[in-house]
Structures are given as C-alpha cells and as structure tokens.
Design a protein around this ligand. Structure first.
Ligand code: F6P
Length: 403
C-alpha cells in the first residue's frame, strides 16, 4: 500500500519541519519515504526572489505558477510512489478545499491512500519563533535584509489567511497538530503507517533543542580492544570524566542520560546533573563474542568478522544483535530526543551513538555502522527545519594517546 501524507497549514506553522521528520523517521524504520516540497519546484520554475504579491489569491499569474509547481511536484511524487516508494509527504500549504480535492482526485485515481496533516497555530510567540528560526533562513530569503524579509513574509502569510479553509470531518483521515503539538487530534486514523505517523507527531517538538552526545571515557576493555562487557573506566577514562565535567560546567543541559553499564555511569558521575539510566542505551550486544578482542573474534569466529565486513548493518552477532536491531531498539530514545524542549547530554556507546547521530544527521542507514564517533569527543547537534548542525569538541589533554 502506498500512502500520501498531504500537509495543510498557513506558512510558518512548522509544516516543512514536520514533513521532514515524518519522512526521516519512517525511512529509518524501513519504509521508503520522501518529501516533495512544492516550494522547491516553485523556486526552480519562478525563481526564489518573488514578492509577497505573487502569493495573493487575486493574482492570476501567481495562481497559475503555483498550480504548475504543485502539478510538477505531484507528478514526480506519483511516479516515485509507483516505482517502489512507500510513503510520500506532499509539503505545501494546501490551504483551500479546491486544492485538496484536486490532490485527492489525482492520488486516489492511482490507488494511493491519502491522509492530511494540518498544523494549526494561534500562539503568536510560536509563530514568531518559527519565522525567526526557520523562515528567515529559508531559500526564499537568501541575502535579504532581515526586516525586509520579515515584512514580506508577514504579508505573504496574510494572503494565505484570507483564503484559508481548515480541514473538516469527512472520509479522508487526518491529523491536526495544534500549537506545535500541545494538542493532537486524530480523525479516522488506522493502519500501521498512519498509526506510526500519529505516534510520531505526538512526540515532535516544532522547536527542537540542542542534543549533546559523548561516548563514555576510555574503559579497561577499550585499552585491550575487547568488545562489550561491563568494565570500569581506565585512568584515561577517569581523566575524561573530569574534563567532561569541567567542559559541561557552563553548558546548558538539565538532564544526563546514560546506559546502565558502569562505564557510562562513571563518566557522568561528576557532572552534578540529574541522571537517567536507560537499558536501551546499552552497547550493541555482541552475543557469543562479548568480552573477546577483535583479534580473538577473527580467530575463533572468522564467520563473524567476515559477516560484519560484508554487511555490518544487517549482520547479527550469534546470540547478539546487528546494527539494524540496535536501530529498532533505540527508536524510543530517538522519539524522546525529538520530544525534548530542553538540552540533554547522552553518554553512551560507539554503536548506540552511531545510530543516534546517523538519524539526526540524516545519514544513509548503510553508512551508520562505520560513522566516526571517537572516544573523548563531545558532539553538539542542533536540529532545525533544514537539517542538523554538528560541532565536535575534542577534550585534550588526556594521559596518553587513545585507540
Ligand atoms: O570497542 C568499543 C565498542 O563500544 C564495543 O563494545 C562494541 O562492540 C563496538 O564498540 C561497536 O563498534 P563496531 O560495531 O565497529 O565493532
């Protein structure tokens, strides 16, 4: 079954952010998903630099150009769904009944299941923050003076307000997200994809927060090149726990999440912040290989080394886990991070952080098991509408060089 999720809402209501998070999440869970952003087609066809009058419902040329952009996006979307795509998100205001009926007609003709996702926001402070954080950095206002961009954008919103028709009850399923997720209303939502989407949007935070990530300090097992286990920190690792605590002193983080393994708990113990221990943050389970060095694994279980080198994402340790298993296991953490409105530090393990980092940085799943997440490095992630920024802080000096 192919599904089209049609975004609905005035500009600056977080539609693009929501659309991208939904597609990313579903894709991550194995459902091929993609966003079709009508604004991108409009910019290609009519140029990025168009004044607000272009969006007036009384501007016949503007209407024609916008309809053409929507048609091009829709044609590409239908063809992508017919070629194996599973979930497509149609990202535009789709703010009139006529536009929505037109979309439904074409999509249902191709046997595509449709649902609307409407973002409604009456809270001026949320709208202003959204304009500030995302719209003024959008491709429409590149190189524009901030005040000019703001005035133009507010005039653009006013055009849409004048012709906006909110969703009403009817045969098509819908989800209404009110005031950036303070309230979510579901209408006729059923089936695995729509239920997953409904669950996700209840966790989404339209104003995402900073996420700090670090591996535990070097452990005794790290010094021996052993996988898994539950060893203590090495002297180097204890040194890192101190440096981390100094580094984090001036950083705004009100909660620290660790795994249940001693090396992460020891690393976080000097931070002086409330700690939540999560079993699902424990390192990838190496099954029969737990506690062995990589060299021992190669000698005793050559098929494991070979299996991992051929397909590290899917290869599952005998009686243990694969990276794909970890991706599924860690999903509640990802949702919890999506939901947070205040910064958090996650102290975890190499494989776990590859997954969390890979998700937020939009890496292809195949690349995840080889992402570089070195010891003794703090990573700051700042998610936003158009991507996620990443800054790494290496915390020297340490006692000697680290593997
Ligand atoms: O070596 C440290 C470690 O956290 C091990 O406990 C774990 O098995 C490994 O990293 C995960 O990395 P990779 O999948 O590359 O072996």
């Amino acid at each position: 079954m192919t599904v089209a999720l049609i975004m609905v809402g005035l500009p600056a209501r977080g539609k693009t952010y929501t659309a991208r998070r939904i597609a990313r999440h579903l894709d991550w869970l194995g459902h091929r998903s993609k966003v079709f952003n009508v604004g991108n087609y409009r910019r290609q066809q009519s140029g990025a630099d168009v004044p607000h009058q272009f969006f007036s419902p009384n501007n016949a040329d503007g209407l024609k150009a916008r309809r053409l952009a929507a048609q091009s996006a829709l044609t590409d979307m239908i063809s992508w769904l017919r070629k194996g795509g599973e979930v497509a998100v149609f990202d535009a205001t789709n703010s009139t009944l006529t536009r929505r009926n037109w979309l439904l007609e074409q999509l249902t003709q191709h046997g595509i299941q449709c649902a609307f996702i409407e973002s409604i926001c009456e809270d001026e402070s949320i709208i202003d923050t959204n304009i500030e954080q995302s719209k003024l950095t959008s491709p429409d206002y590149v190189g524009k003076v901030k005040e000019e961009a703001l005035t133009d954008f507010k005039a653009r919103i006013a055009h849409y307000v004048s012709s906006y028709e909110p969703l009403k009850d009817g045969p098509t399923p819908w989800i209404k997200i009110i005031d950036a997720g303070r309230k979510v209303i579901l209408h006729r939502i059923s089936g695995p994809i729509l239920i997953k989407v409904a669950h996700l949007v209840t966790q989404l935070n339209l104003m995402p927060t900073t996420i700090w990530l670090t591996r535990h300090g070097q452990s005794i097992y790290n010094t021996q090149d052993r996988v898994g286990g539950d060893s203590n920190l090495s002297p180097n690792g204890r040194f890192y726990a101190n440096s981390l605590s100094t580094f984090m002193q001036d950083v705004e983080v009100d909660e620290v999440w660790t795994s249940t393994l001693v090396r992460t708990v020891q690393t976080a113990s000097r931070l002086g912040r409330p700690i939540q221990r999560w079993k699902i943050l424990d390192e990838i389970h190496a099954g029969m290989c737990d506690g062995l060095t990589y060299a021992e694994i190669k000698n005793q279980f050559p098929e494991v080394s070979e299996g991992r080198s051929i397909d590290k994402l899917r290869y599952r340790y005998p009686q243990g886990e694969s990276y794909e298993d970890v991706i599924r296991r860690v999903e509640p953490i990802i949702l919890a991070l999506e939901h947070r409105s205040s910064p958090v530090l996650v102290v975890a393990h190499q494989a776990i952080l590859r997954v969390v980092y890979g998700y937020f940085m939009d890496h292809n799943k195949e690349a995840v098991p080889r992402l570089s997440i070195p010891l003794h490095t703090v990573i700051r992630l700042t998610p936003s509408t158009y991507g996620c920024a990443d800054i790494r802080f290496c915390l020297p000096p340490h006692l000697d060089s680290l593997a």
